[in-house]
Write a protein that binds this ligand. Structure first.
Ligand code: GLN
Length: 256
């Protein structure tokens, strides 16, 4: 009799633990699902950068992901981190997606899944304003180059014969090194360089040559996550209803 009672008591305790455990678990699972945790590298104007005198981020990517989140019925929370930390953060499950002017490459496709492309970019060379010797990538052989760490600009720089490549956390830091004379050229994303020049960088620097082969930016999610399909669907809707164009025009004008 005593044994039966003990057994019964244990069973009741186990059941209530199960119940509260399950109940609590369900609640927890349902809430974060509404928030879309977005990672970005917040020093990549005009795609993602802090508003003047504020920590709040703005830019084409930021407004695009906010519109996508709204379309999906999810609250968007954007966290800033180093560019090279984005893919590890996705894989660790710390963020749901990354939007950071990230080029869709075969190499990255092995680690993450990309949304449909949303912006056509490409690399360009930037030199000091008074440098007339560099006209194309062929003229960079053996030169000192700066690039942002983990980017396609760094990968391209490493293909230049005999070049000494120094990497920086942000594109702006690479540009500063050029301005200070520490390197001969920077290789980086054209729209970001153009923005930098337009913001006053043209007093010291200029871009040379043509944009190298086109690169497509995509939103990265964890490998094979179905979130990519949901993002694509939301983005297609924004393209249909004119919202995508509105955001695009705000940041880049009419050109497409
Ligand atoms: N488009 C480049 C890349 O994907 C740079 C991106 C960035 O610095 N945010 O490598």
């Amino acid at each position: 009799m005593k044994k039966v009672l003990v057994f019964l008591m244990m069973a009741v305790v186990a059941c209530s633990m199960l119940l509260t455990g399950c109940g609590g678990g369900e609640k927890k699972a349902a809430e974060p699902a509404k928030v879309l945790r977005v990672g970005t590298e917040p020093a990549f104007a005009p795609f993602e950068f802090p508003k003047k005198d504020s920590n709040e981020l703005t830019g084409f990517d930021v407004e695009l992901i906010q519109a996508i989140g709204k379309q999906m019925g999810r609250k968007v929370e954007v966290a800033g981190m180093g560019f090279d930390a984005l893919i590890p953060a996705l894989n660790a499950g710390n963020i749901d997606c990354a939007i950071a002017g990230m080029t869709i490459t075969e190499e990255r496709k092995k680690a993450v899944t990309f949304s449909d492309p949303y912006y056509t970019s490409g690399l360009i060379i930037m030199v000091k304003k008074d440098n007339d010797a560099v006209k194309s990538i062929a003229d960079l052989k053996g030169k000192r180059l700066a690039a942002q760490i983990g980017t396609t600009g760094e990968m391209k720089s490493r293909t230049v014969e005999g070049a000494k490549v120094t990497t920086f956390n942000t594109q702006d830091e690479a540009a500063l090194e050029l301005k200070n004379g520490g390197v001969d050229a920077v290789i980086g994303d054209l729209p970001v360089m153009e923005y930098y020049l337009a913001q006053g960088g043209d007093k010291y620097c200029k871009t040379v040559g043509e944009k190298m082969e086109a690169e497509q930016y995509g939103i990265a999610v964890k490998k094979d996550s179905k979130l990519a399909g949901e993002i694509n669907q939301a983005m297609a809707e924004l393209k249909k209803n004119g919202e995508f164009d509105k955001i695009y025009k705000k940041w880049f004008g009419e050109k497409k």
